[in-house]
Design a protein around this ligand. Structure first.
Ligand code: SME
Length: 161
């Protein structure tokens, strides 16, 4: 497991963060330093079955609002399951943020069983992500959810079901 030490570092940093906003910014900055993690961001429930881009690190994107069901992110908002996409150009339901992106992983963020958002990572390399990345990102989202449970319930649960 190549992410064991980093996961412990991130859990400590999450638990030491003053807010969800600070924690997600820190996570974006730290993950962006990893090889092949070329864009890192959090899309969160925004009401009316829309996702809204909150903190991110990487190139600016026009896609700050994504409807549920649309693109990789929108599919994860509906399915409650991670998506690991080896080749984004082979996808029919995909929203291109940049022509340099070749693969992507999106992992849902749950609080008390509600899917309230997601972490989204893009890579310039084909098939950059595997189940190890998925488990790593699931664990990060669980740590966030545990650390900021009360805030996340009040802020997001009920916005999109
Ligand atoms: N590719 C995503 C859109 C978000 S960008 O990657 C930043 C999608 O298809 O949902």
């Amino acid at each position: 497991m190549k992410y064991v030490a980093l996961l412990e570092e991130l859990k400590d940093a999450i638990n030491g963060s003053a807010s969800f906003d600070d924690a997600t910014q820190m996570i974006c900055e730290r993950l962006y330093t990893l090889d092949e993690y070329d864009w890192v961001g959090f899309y969160m429930a925004a009401g009316n079955r829309m996702l809204h881009l909150e903190n991110y690190v990487g190139d600016a994107t026009d896609h700050t609002e994504i409807p549920y069901g649309k693109g990789i992110c929108g599919q994860v908002a509906v399915s409650n399951e991670s998506l690991v996409i080896d080749d984004v150009n082979a996808e029919d339901n995909y929203i291109a943020c940049s022509i340099t992106v070749k693969s992507e992983i999106v992992v849902p963020l749950f609080v008390r069983g509600h899917n309230i958002g997601q972490i989204d990572i893009d890579s310039h390399k084909l098939a950059a992500f595997n189940d190890e990345d998925n488990q790593f990102l699931i664990a990060i989202n669980e740590a966030l959810s545990n650390a900021f449970e009360t805030y996340l319930v009040e802020r997001y649960v009920g916005l999109n079901g």
